[in-house]
Design a protein. Structure first.
Length: 477
């Protein structure tokens, strides 16, 4: 829907017909790729029908789709790009390493060089293992914790969106098909906002929980003392305490949120932003725990830890090394903070100006902005979120409800983002008054975690008959 404000703004306004190449891509891709993408969060069911189906290239804070449209990128490769797309110092480091080779029969010398630098930069780290994806290192941390404690159970917050595609996590989601019941029983969940709920698990399963893994920050900011209490309870009860900095690492403080809070962890998992879009993840931790997977100890049974052909891929390590150098030499976090403050302030003002201060919640932390979309009764609404995403995308902002900054987001990028948000707020106001369904160009976005496919396919014409059964753990991230 075009608004009066659109005529005043120098931003795009694309219609459904402007996405012909994307529609063709969507028709073809499921014949070859289950889910249509190699990450479910990137699947076309997680975006409005009016949206790019695939991206051709990115530069700085923008991306270009297969229909030739350019967008301000608001989530940057699911948070993995923190400096900017095709950021030249990182690209140059990778380019130089590519000419030296990527993979060898013995470790690449750069593996030790960067391991020394990385461990020195990470508070509390004594050992490090490299990998190519986050699930590998979170699962490795769980395995080590079980071996170290001799306990089988692992606990994570059931109100958090994602930790791993491995069975220990997926068994506690609605997507548990294929996970044996015996495996599901080995994982427990608690409420990350309520340390008492974790203590209740230890009381119910005394001497059985070997690992507590959690992210250091909530989507809606909480008092850091809650995390400190979770850490205390875990250690007091003999469990290994693992912090997952996959999303927050390098963004939420240096080098992660836990360092900013002054909280220690037995192991920490890293990914996404540490490689600026290149595939690089890591597990750091205490020597006595991580050496269970090493070659130098012979006192207890050996843990077959991370062993992947591409874990030490040299150009991925080179990218991570270049990212670390950029953080040391440039005011990356300072720039991020300025961008977050600018965007959050403008979004809040736009919502108030449109009379939507109760309907659109704008939640700001030092490193990201998260929006929550509610209906006229104050309930979180997937339909209205879908509409808002649609209206942002048609105006050149690739937006899923959150803004993550990168070092190369320009003032022009931020201006377009704010203008698109203001226009989308006007459309949102009309939808609250007149109803949403006739304003959508396609189905409502369903939860990523749902038991059955087909959820959302009958929408927006009729409510999904399995909506309650397939409620998402979290629709954010």
């Amino acid at each position: 829907m075009k608004t009066e404000r659109d005529a005043q703004k120098k931003i795009p306004y694309w219609s459904r017909e402007d996405f012909g190449n994307s529609d063709d891509y969507r028709r073809r891709v499921h014949k070859y790729i289950p889910g249509g993408a190699h990450t479910y969060s990137k699947g076309d069911d997680q975006f409005p029908a009016l949206a790019p189906a695939a991206i051709v290239r990115g530069k700085g804070g923008r991306v270009w789709d297969i229909d030739g449209h350019d967008y301000v990128d608001c989530s940057l490769g699911l948070g993995s790009v923190n400096l900017g797309h095709a950021y030249e110092p990182v690209v140059e480091a990778v380019r130089a390493q590519l000419y030296l080779g990527s993979s060898f029969q013995r470790p690449a010398s750069i593996e030790l060089e960067f391991a020394e630098e990385f461990v020195a930069a990470i508070p509390g780290a004594e050992r490090v293992k490299f990998a190519k994806n986050g699930s590998t290192v979170t699962t490795a941390a769980v395995k080590l914790a079980r071996a170290f404690t001799g306990r089988d159970l692992v606990a994570f917050p059931g109100n958090h969106p994602f930790y791993s595609y491995d069975d220990w996590f997926m068994g506690k989601t609605l997507c548990s098909s294929g996970v044996p019941d015996a495996v599901k029983a080995l994982t427990l969940t608690y409420d990350s906002t309520s340390p008492n709920s974790l203590q209740e698990l230890f009381d119910r399963y005394p001497g059985e929980i070997g690992c507590v893994i959690t992210e250091p920050e909530e989507v809606i900011p909480q008092d850091p003392s809650i995390l400190a209490e979770v850490a205390r309870i875990a250690r007091h009860n003999g469990a290994v305490f693992v912090l997952d900095e996959m999303v927050s690492g390098y963004r939420a403080g240096w080098p992660g949120a836990y360092a900013r809070y002054g909280i220690s962890a037995d192991m920490v998992t890293w990914g996404k932003a540490v490689g600026n879009g290149f595939s690089f993840c890591a597990l750091t931790g205490r020597a006595d725990i991580m050496d269970l997977g090493g070659l130098k100890q012979n006192r207890v049974p050996r843990v077959f830890l991370i062993s992947t052909t591409h874990g030490g891929e040299a150009h991925g390590v080179a990218a991570a090394r270049a990212v670390l150098k950029e953080y040391r030499e440039n005011p990356v976090l300072e720039r991020h903070g300025i961008l977050v403050k600018t965007v959050a302030t403008a979004m809040k003002k736009a919502a108030v100006d449109a009379g939507l201060h109760d309907a659109i919640g704008v939640y700001e932390s030092p490193w990201r902005v998260v929006c929550v979309f509610r209906d006229s009764e104050g309930q979180v609404s997937s339909i209205l979120r879908t509409l808002f995403m649609q209206e942002m995308i048609r105006r050149g902002a690739l937006f899923q409800g959150l803004f993550l900054p990168c070092f190369m987001h320009s003032d022009e990028d931020i201006e377009r983002l704010i203008d698109a948000f203001s226009c989308a707020c006007e459309v949102y106001g009309v939808a609250l008054e007149n109803g949403v369904r006739d304003m959508l160009d396609g189905p409502v976005i369903p939860p990523v975690f749902r038991k059955y496919n087909g959820c959302g396919q009958s929408c927006p014409a009729t409510p999904c008959p399995r909506e309650a059964e397939c409620r998402s753990i979290s629709d954010i991230e």
